[in-house]
Design a protein around this ligand. Structure first.
Ligand code: LLP
Length: 441
């Protein structure tokens, strides 16, 4: 499955997703609206799991990186697919637990985990905590002592592979808020320190080299470097790591210029990584580690679209045409943050050819509030339904109430049926935590 298979144009000339007509979804649920295709998400989870089963003898687990899209329903889907999850905050952890997700299949990340977050993690019995500072090691050890628990941990390592979209470079760069560098020896020092902690059980290492990466070799190189480092720790400290978490980062299609991936491309990526892990383990005479991977964007990104209603249209002769929609940077801040590219379609006129290049603007009081720049569309009219594709990852999860706009609801579709997985926010919800203190009365 890929975006092209999830999204179809039906006999009415409307865009459909997961068998549901997007214009009907817009009419029933209103806009702006996030729509996620359940089958797409399940297919991706299953494909990654299958690669670990068939190519690595089942000696590992897929952890869905829930920062990409977090709500109770997604943890339920992950559980049903038999995978684990990665969480990076007390809020994500709480959401997963509230959905009944098994704690032992959760890995907690974060470069500055709060005492309350560590406490919730230890109490609930999360499987792994990826420790990323001396402060955290000390805090966590003391916490476990106090609670009479022993916690399995990983250490976050910076292997010196910096990956960018479409390319990768090897670097000894140590300037990162994440991880301990292999190159400057701090990774070895923290290993020695962690091994002395009485209430912590060091199982192995974690690394994450970047996001929206298409270059398979960068992941393979990271795997090689991590195995090399693990062998070094065995030789120098007598510590043989049994777990290796290689993070996430595999890229998805957003717009022209991005590779169109299919499930088999994603499993090919995992196969390359597994090949590198096996070869490096053999080369360094290390036991093959229990392998964790943390895909986020590739599981949910192309599963999602956002539906908007077209409002004001402003044509600035010789300059640009703006098509304004009822959403904006409060539901998708990725253009404002990263000048991210997207593909837009007029969902109610999906068969019509594009006749003009426009920028889709949001409704926030800010010039930089663009949803997607320079997209080709038929001449849009007020009331048209505009769909922006590949918005399943890092859109809802990065949404805000900027300008006191409501965060749009999310619906999940399967076989043409749609249900809320996140309900709409009301104005009452927006003022729920506001207080006018006595002094202002
Ligand atoms: N594991 C760790 C430790 C991570 O930091 C991340 C992403 C992932 C896994 C998942 O990576 P993915 O497979 O989704 O690429 N807000 C940005 C993306 C930030 C990603 C941060 N870490 C965006 O909208 O593009």
């Amino acid at each position: 499955m890929n975006t092209r298979e999830t999204l179809k144009i039906n006999s009415a000339g409307h865009l459909s997703i997961g068998g549901a007509d997007t214009t009907e979804l817009a009419a029933r649920f209103g806009t702006p609206l996030y729509v996620m295709d359940e089958q797409y998400i399940r297919d991706m989870c299953a494909a990654y799991s299958k690669a670990i089963r068939t190519d690595y003898g089942g000696n590992g687990l897929v952890l869905y990186a829930s920062k990409a899209f977090s709500c109770m329903a997604i943890y339920r889907i992950a559980e049903q697919e038999g995978i684990g999850v990665d969480v990076v905050s007390g809020g994500e952890l709480y959401t997963a637990l509230k959905a009944g997700f098994p704690a032992e299949k959760i890995c907690l990340h974060g470069n500055n985990k709060l005492a309350t977050e560590l406490s919730l993690a230890v109490e609930s019995g999360v499987g792994l905590i990826a420790v990323d500072s001396y402060t955290e090691l000390d805090k966590l050890d003391a916490l476990c002592a106090e609670k009479g628990k022993r916690q399995e941990i990983l250490l976050r390592i910076n292997p010196g592979v910096e990956a960018h979209t479409h390319r990768f470079i090897q670097t000894a760069k140590t300037d990162s808020k994440f991880g301990f560098s292999v190159a400057d020896g701090t990774a070895e020092k923290i290993t020695a320190y962690a091994l002395k902690k009485e209430h912590l059980d060091l199982k192995g290492y974690h690394c994450h080299i970047g996001s929206q990466i298409f270059e398979k070799q960068s992941f393979a190189l990271a795997a090689e470097k991590m195995l090399g480092f693990m062998a070094e720790m065995r030789d120098k400290l007598g510590f043989t790591a049994s777990v290796l978490n290689l993070g996430g980062g595999y890229g998805i299609w957003y717009a022209e210029g991005d590779a169109q991936q299919s499930v088999s491309d994603y499993t090919a990526y995992l196969r390359t990584v597994i090949g590198a892990v096996k070869a490096s383990a053999a080369r360094f005479a290390m036991p093959e580690p229990y392998l964790l991977i943390e895909p986020g964007r590739s599981i949910v990104g192309e599963a999602g679209i956002t539906l908007y209603t077209v409002g004001a249209i402003k044509d600035i002769p010789g300059v640009k045409k703006y098509v304004a929609v009822d959403g904006g940077m409060f539901d998708n801040p990725r253009y404002a943050l990263y000048q991210a590219k997207y593909t837009a379609i007029l969902a109610n006129r999906a068969k019509e050819p594009a006749t003009e290049r426009v920028s889709v603007a949001g409704k926030c009081c800010e010039s930089g509030d663009i949803v997607c720049a320079d997209v080709d569309l038929p001449a849009a009219k007020e009331g048209d339904i505009l769909a922006v594709l590949s918005t399943g990852a890092y859109n809802y999860s990065m949404a805000s109430n900027y300008n006191r706009n409501a965060v749009p609801p999310v619906v999940l579709v399967k076989n043409g049926k749609a249900d809320y997985i996140v309900k709409p926010q009301s104005y009452e919800d927006i003022v729920r935590n506001d207080v006018i203190p006595e002094s202002l009365r």
